[in-house]
Write a protein that binds this ligand. Structure first.
Ligand code: PDD
Length: 262
C-alpha cells in the first residue's frame, strides 16, 4: 500500500560519492527539500540526520571508490488504494550502488544521441519518482545504442532523459534556463561554476534544434555520468564529430573540484 509503489508518489535524489566523500551534499539535500515541499510531503529528517544516514550507508561500501547513493522519500503507506490521501508517515528507502565514470580517453571518442519530443509534464524541476516518460526515452536510447535522448519541447531543446544539456557556440556556453521544464541539475550548476572559474561565458537561454545541430560542441551532465561530450545527433556529426576544447577545460576543472572535495 505504499504510494511510492502504487502511484510513484515520492521524491528521490542521487548523490555521487568519491572515496567516501559526498559531492554536493548540501545542494542535493536542498533540492530534496524543494521537491518534498512541491508535493507537500513533510521531510522526515533534518539535514544532520540525513547526513549521518547517508554517511553510514557510504561507510558500509567503502570498498567501492565511486558510489551512487539513491534515496527515495515516498508519501507513505495508506490503508487503501485511492488517489487521494490523508496524513501519512513518509517511507524512506536508500541504497548504494557502485558506478563507473568513463576515463577522459574514453570520452574523447565522443558519444551519440537522438532527439525526441519532450512529452513529460510541466513540473520537470521536481525530482519525482514517477519517471515513466524518462525511462521510456532512456530505453529508446539503449535500443538505438546511443548515450542519451535529447528532448525538445515546442521547438526548444530542454534537457535529456536523465541529464542536462549544454552547447558551445563561438566560445560561449548555452544551457536551458532553470524553471519548470528542466531538472535543476547539481552537476549543471557545477559546470556553470567551472566555466566561471575558466573565464568562459555562460548564457542560460532557450535555443532550438537548429542551434543544437550547428553547435561547436554539445555535452550532457549528471551526477553519475559527470560531463559527456556528444559528437553525433540523429546520425549527424556535431563539429565534424570532434570533441571540443571547451569541454576538455570544463571536464578537467570538474575533476579538480572532485579531488578538492575528497
Ligand atoms: N538523474 N535531468 C534529469 C531529467 C535527470 O534525471 C538528471 C539526473 C539530471 C542531472 O541532475 P544532477 O546533475 O543533479 O544529477 C538532469 C539522476 C542521476 C537519475 O535519475 O539517476
Amino acid at each position: 500500500m505504499d504510494r511510492g509503489f502504487l502511484f510513484g508518489d515520492g521524491i528521490y535524489e542521487v548523490f555521487p560519492v568519491y572515496n567516501g566523500s559526498i559531492l554536493g551534499l548540501e545542494e542535493h539535500l536542498k533540492r530534496l527539500q524543494e521537491g518534498l515541499d512541491a508535493i507537500n510531503i513533510v521531510n522526515p529528517y533534518d539535514k544532520k540526520k540525513w547526513t549521518s544516514l547517508i554517511n553510514k550507508l557510504v561507510s558500509y561500501h567503502q570498498k567501492n571508490s565511486k558510489q551512487a547513493i539513491y534515496l527515495q522519500v515516498s508519501r507513505g503507506c495508506d490503508d487503501d488504494r485511492k488517489h487521494t490521501h490523508g496524513t501519512l508517515k513518509p517511507t524512506v528507502y536508500m541504497q548504494s550502488s557502485p558506478f563507473k565514470s568513463p576515463t577522459k580517453n574514453g570520452l574523447l571518442k565522443g558519444s551519440a544521441a537522438i532527439t525526441r519530443d519532450d512529452i513529460r509534464w510541466s513540473q520537470c524541476d521536481t525530482k519525482a519518482t514517477s519517471l515513466l516518460a524518462n525511462i521510456m526515452f532512456a530505453q529508446e536510447a539503449k535500443n538505438h545504442s546511443v548515450e542519451e535522448v535529447i528532448l525538445i519541447r515546442d521547438g526548444i531543446v530542454t534537457e535529456c532523459s536523465s541529464s542536462n544539456l549544454f552547447l558551445v557556440k563561438n566560445n560561449c556556453i548555452y544551457t536551458h534556463p532553470k524553471g519548470p521544464f528542466i531538472l535543476p541539475g547539481i552537476t549543471r550548476e557545477m559546470v556553470i561554476d567551472c566555466a566561471k572559474y575558466c573565464d568562459i561565458k555562460v548564457k542560460e537561454v532557450a535555443f532550438n534544434k537548429g542551434s543544437l545541430m550547428g553547435a561547436d560542441e554539445v555535452w550532457i551532465s549528471s551526477s553519475t555520468r559527470e560531463i559527456v561530450p556528444i559528437t553525433c545527433i540523429d546520425d549527424k556529426p556535431i563539429n565534424n564529430g570532434k570533441v571540443g576544447a571547451i569541454w576538455s577545460l570544463i571536464y578537467d576543472r570538474y575533476q579538480t573540484i572532485k579531488s578538492i572535495n575528497i
